[in-house]
Design a protein around this ligand. Structure first.
Ligand code: GDP
Ligand code: IMO
Ligand code: MG
Length: 427
């Protein structure tokens, strides 16, 4: 059976967690393929809000298997906290959650390195979540990392010590003031590692997923971050350190490209970004403030305010192309209710020339945005349950997007709750 992918098309926080949770009933397995606790995926149902960082968003469905793939980086301390949060919801994760032996571990010193590197960069900082993501992927590609599978062997602590010492030397190289107590961090780390060893099932996840495909099981691969944060295709260097795009699901899970069927591309009806880096359609006015307020645009992981702006169709088209998106899902259209005129960016003027593709540099100095004005809608749509019930202006907004991107919008989300989800038939 083929594998479907679900991934974000913008700078993250598109609503991936919500939709994976909504779709899980149609799948046997949900598998996270990259990123780590830099992600914050929010799910809401029965009046409760859950935020997941490393655990796949299918975890609340007892009949689904959840896999943390080899492409993910795991911080044992955060993972343990996430698991403890599940206890009160009676989730038997010992049966339903499997961790790849090839997933890399985030060490306390990776976090310190992240902090030191960002501090040293000063105003040029990436705006990292400071979860140690960059340094951990650096050790992975530098062939120095420690993997979950190493925990089954007695010598892993020697490997740890050597690596931690090297990291401390690297921290001091940055020559920044960093207050930390490594011994204290290590106590917490080793405790959490023991917890993971005793409570989780480590697997060769590529094998598990390969066998599941042979048995015709349905698999949904869950992405983290967004396409514009991809290490290759994002707004480098203001990106994360993994491939967030469709190809990342192949390497992050061991799934062959010809076994991928649908690619669900999620986008917000506007655009947000947390951290530094170019954002051509960013708003600095009352409309931007209003979107941030109504949309509760604060990071699920760091609590930082998200920058808000108009929908950028040029960037979205690029993401659709790089990922091979087959279906679009539009989130948070309800947040735009009450704005008279909505602008959507349809072209850039790049170094004086009008273009409709994403150029090498998105820096303000090189880009001018060109907008189309579309009529907004006044109605509160958070109670709508059918596409036909949406205001005509919103339907026109969606049609405009579909025509530009040449891909259908088959799901419209009108609020954070599981139930506030409208499916459109393909006929
Ligand atoms: P993710 O990282 O892609 O899973 O997204 P986040 O959870 O970081 O951010 C999405 C936020 O928007 C969360 O607070 C969700 O509860 C919320 N959300 C999701 N869909 C909708 C929607 O259609 N309307 C509104 N108003 N909120 C939504
Ligand atoms: P989800 O899965 C939004 C951003 C950070 C920073 C840059 C690099 O919830 O959509 P990192 O910690 O990876 O070194 O940070 O990437 N970033 C995210 N922004 N949503 C995320 O994940 C993000 N994960 C990382 O803010 O700009
Ligand atoms: Mg998020």
């Amino acid at each position: 059976m083929a594998v479907d992918l679900l991934l974000g098309l913008q700078w993250g926080d598109e609503g991936k967690g919500k939709i994976v949770d909504v779709l899980t009933k149609n799948y046997d397995i949900i598998a996270r393929f990259q990123g780590g606790p830099n992600a914050g995926h929010t799910l809401e149902f029965d009046g409760i809000k859950h935020v997941l960082h490393t655990i796949p968003s299918g975890i609340f469905h007892p009949e689904a298997i959840n896999v943390v793939g080899n492409g993910v980086v795991i911080d044992p301390v955060i993972f343990k906290k996430e698991l403890n949060n599940l206890d009160k919801f009676d989730i038997d994760y010992r049966k339903s959650l499997f961790i790849s032996r090839k997933a890399h571990l985030i060490l306390p010193t990776h976090r310190l390195l992240d902090a030191a590197s960002e501090k040293a960069k000063g105003a040029k900082k990436i705006g990292s979540t400071l979860k140690g993501i960059g340094p951990t992927y650096m050790d992975k590609t530098g062939r120095n990392g420690i993997r979950i599978g190493d925990l089954d062997f007695s010598n892993w602590k020697e490997k740890y010590r050597a690596l931690a010492e090297k990291h401390e030397a690297m921290v001091s190289f940055h020559k920044v003031d960093l207050d930390y107590d490594l011994e204290k961090l290590e106590v917490e780390f080793f405790e959490a590692v023991d917890f993971l060893i005793n409570n989780l099932t480590f697997v060769d996840s590529e094998e598990l997923l390969g066998n599941a495909q042979k048995e015709k099981k349905k698999i949904l691969a869950e992405g983290a971050q967004g396409s514009l944060l991809d290490i290759d295709f994002g707004t480098y260097p203001f990106v994360t350190s993994s491939n967030t795009t469709a190809a990342g699901a192949c390497t992050g899970l061991g799934i062959a490209p010809n076994n991928i069927k649908d690619v669900f591309g999620i986008f917000k009806a506007y655009t947000t970004r947390v951290g530094s880096g170019p954002f051509p359609t960013e708003l600095f006015d009352k409309v931007g403030e209003r979107i941030a307020k109504v949309g509760h645009e604060f990071g699920a992981t760091t609590g930082r305010a998200r920058r808000c702006g108009w929908l950028d169709l040029v960037a979205l088209k690029y993401a659709v192309q790089v990922n091979g998106v087959t279906q679009l899902m539009m989130m948070k259209g309800d947040v735009l209710s009450g704005i008279d005129t909505l602008k959507v960016c349809t072209a850039y003027k790049y170094r004086g020339e009008l273009i409709d593709h994403l150029p090498y540099s998105l820096d303000d100095a090189h880009i001018e945005t060109q907008y189309m004005d579309l009529e907004g809608w006044a109605e509160d749509i958070t109670g709508c349950t059918a596409f036909e019930d949406l205001p005509i202006q919103m339907k026109d907004y969606i049609t405009f997007i579909e025509n530009y991107l040449e891909i259908p919008v088959l799901l419209v989300s009108v609020g954070p709750d599981r139930k506030q989800t409208i499916f459109r038939s393909t006929e």
